[in-house]
Write a protein of this length. Sequence first.
Lengths: 113, 99
Amino acid sequence: MMSLIQEIVGYSLTALGALFYFYAGLGLLRMPDFYTKLQASTKATTLGTFSVALGVGILNPAFIGKSLLLIGFVALTNPVASSVMIRAAYKNKVPVCKETVVDEIANGGEKHE
Amino acid sequence: MSGHAVIDLIVFGLTGLGIFFALLRFLIGPSSFERLMAVDMMNVMIIGFISILSYIFKNNMYMDIAILYGLLAFIETIVFAKYLENQAESSKVSGGDTK
């Protein structure tokens, strides 16, 4: 009985993570400019990796330590990597899409009230 | 076909489609920043793929491979992003056009 609940929860988490990977690839392919592509794909792959690693750790409890280590590692490195990439792109003046409303760095960091 | 095989097929199919879309973005990406972003996202998806493989093969060592792959992918992304950023600054100093 315990094993059945374990399998249901583990497979559900793993399939949810795989679905988020699919959405990340779709956002990477369909979003209009660089910044929106990076935002969509970074968030979706971070959540997908959390979910897949937790699901594998629940399915086989011998892996739970390394799964938690992998979750902590991805939570530390993935936002740093996306932040460095987006700073490099902004300094290199990668164009934004035409629906963009405000660029706060170019306005001197002041808010429009 | 048992139930486990169907669920494994769905999981591997969705993850493989995500990796395939990232590969398409790497091939058609207009600028080098989009290619860099596609490689980074593909690496993160491959980490998840390897950790699913560790459950399929029931081998604990695939988790170590996933963690080390993530470390190398992180260093690769940081190095390429810093390289592209410094390239923009040096071309600005020398007065070149940054197109």
